[in-house]
Design a protein around this ligand. Sequence first.
Ligand code: AMP
Ligand code: ZN
Ligand code: FE
Ligand code: FE
Length: 288
Amino acid sequence: MRIDLHTHSSASDGTDTPGELVANAAAAGLDVVALTDHDSTRGHAAALAALPAGLTLVTGAELSCRIDGVSMHMLAYLFDPAEPALLSERELVRDDRVPRAQAMIGKLQHLGVPITWQQVARIAGDASVGRPHIATALVELGVVPTVSDAFTEDWLADGGRAHAEKHETDPFEAVRLVKAAGGVTVFAHPAAAKRGRTVPEDVVARLAAAGLDGLEVDHADHDAATRERLRSLAADLGLLVTGSSDYHGSRKDIPLGAETTDPEVYAEIVRRATGAFPVPGTGGPVTA
Ligand code: AMP
Ligand code: ZN
Ligand code: FE
Ligand code: FE
């Protein structure tokens, strides 16, 4: 069983449509894929409608959170997408991404970059708009050679010259909301230092005590030593350990299935969830 529990489609900052993503997941030999767009579940319906036989879809989202001024991401799986409290928080964060993107564009213009909202809106389409869309615009304009080169202090990194904050949820609130919606939470890339400041271990311990289910340990942004440290932290705190690609299509160079989750851990996530269930693909039209 090959299980990848963290991917992005064009419903946020990935480049595959949800339908392309599930087709690519099957072609990559995955048995289970989770669709976890930033602050959005809008890609789920199209992914379900296109789900190939032999591939199971886990519905999810990656929630933008912040604690003590440090931004962090919380993966949420198999929650009820219609549960009103989590839905309204998710929409609040997603909708605040628009004025926030406009603020970053304003800062870039002030720095002399001829970027416009129209350009970024064209790149983002109807997605949950984020820095990778702005980074793509900067690549188009020849300001930086690649999307990742836009994530520096000079440009869009946390606290960078053109960075602006968006509304982000307190992670304790996120854990509580996801649980109340029948879902399971996994702290995404908890030690990805290249993304900026990371959350200290005592906060991870407090999140575990508050009901956090797991840590995403096997992630491209963690080196071998970091993975070992996180694995032992997870063991100490009784947290599940997951691995995933954090696939973004062509916006990052990491393929689907680059990292995977142990089938027993996946089974435990499914066992804990009550808000939604994994959907096995039939390869035919979804009628339910
Ligand atoms: P946002 O949610 O708009 O704040 O943008 C954050 C997203 O940007 C992350 O989820 C990643 O997909 C992407 N990102 C963050 N840091 C980097 C980086 N160093 N290189 C490339 N992409 C990054
Ligand atoms: Zn992303
Ligand atoms: Fe993330
Ligand atoms: Fe992600």
